[in-house]
Design a binder for this molecule. Structure first.
Ligand code: B4P
Length: 193
């Protein structure tokens, strides 16, 4: 199995690059943001709880997203590997992920961390908010709250995987294709073709 975490702050290009990476490598894409938005669209109790937190720019509780990932790993026993997008977002989530993968005799192969300045993040997300209909992208104070959550709760995830030498920083500014080229160069060094 080849398991990759695409890491970075909100708006760094995780969703954008994930689409291209799964097409290239045939990995199963697991985006907790997409899974949560599907719950919201289906108006499930979990979706309603998640929406109120997401609209404030806060993270949803660890047990909710860990449960989603656990189910997705169980439901895809034949996957050649997984691309984790927007997960893990806390140290507890990263420890839970390591334990879930260990049960499958697997682990995280690499964490590719997209590096983008804060001004650019805010510009991109406000711009997406003009057309996406995503309520967490329309207000600058909510976007800033998401970035603060990232600094406080999510950056420890990189520290966790850095201890195992698994984090590679990739420039996240430039054209989508240039960034894709840098990401694939890192993956190609590590994946069995
Ligand atoms: P996510 O859905 O993960 O959303 P995101 O981090 O905002 O988006 P992403 O990083 O994928 O967007 P992209 O850069 O591709 O999370 C939303 C919310 O869900 C969180 O705030 C949280 O509340 C909750 N949540 C999700 N996972 C959770 C977890 N594990 N634990 C707890 N809570 C969780 O795109 C941004 C924009 O940039 C796009 O418009 C794109 O077109 C543009 N863009 C991309 N690349 C570009 C480039 N190179 N140049 C210019 N623009 C670019």
């Amino acid at each position: 199995m080849f398991n990759l975490i695409l890491f970075g702050p909100p708006g760094s290009g995780k969703g954008t690059q994930s689409e291209k990476l799964i097409a290239r490598y045939g990995l199963k894409h697991l985006s907790t943001g997409d899974l949560l938005r599907a719950e919201i669209a289906n108006k499930t109790p979990l979706g309603l709880e998640a929406k109120s937190l997401m609209d404030k720019g806060q993270l949803v509780p660890d047990e909710v997203v860990i449960g989603m990932i656990d189910a997705a790993l169980t439901n895809n026993p034949k996957a050649r590997g997984f691309l984790f997008d927007g997960f893990p977002r806390t140290k507890a989530q990263s420890e839970a992920l390591d334990a879930l993968l260990k049960k499958k005799g697997a682990s995280i192969n690499v964490v590719l961390a997209l590096d983008v300045t804060e001004d650019e993040l805010i510009k991109r997300l406000l711009n997406r908010g003009l057309t996406s209909g995503r309520s967490d992208d329309t207000k600058e104070d909510v976007i800033r709250a998401r970035i603060t959550e990232y600094h406080n709760k999510t950056s420890p995830v990189a520290d966790h995987y850095n201890k195992f030498g698994k984090v590679v920083l990739v420039k996240g500014e430039g054209s989508v294709d240039e960034i894709f080229g840098d990401l694939t160069a890192q993956i190609d060094q590590r994946i069995d073709q």
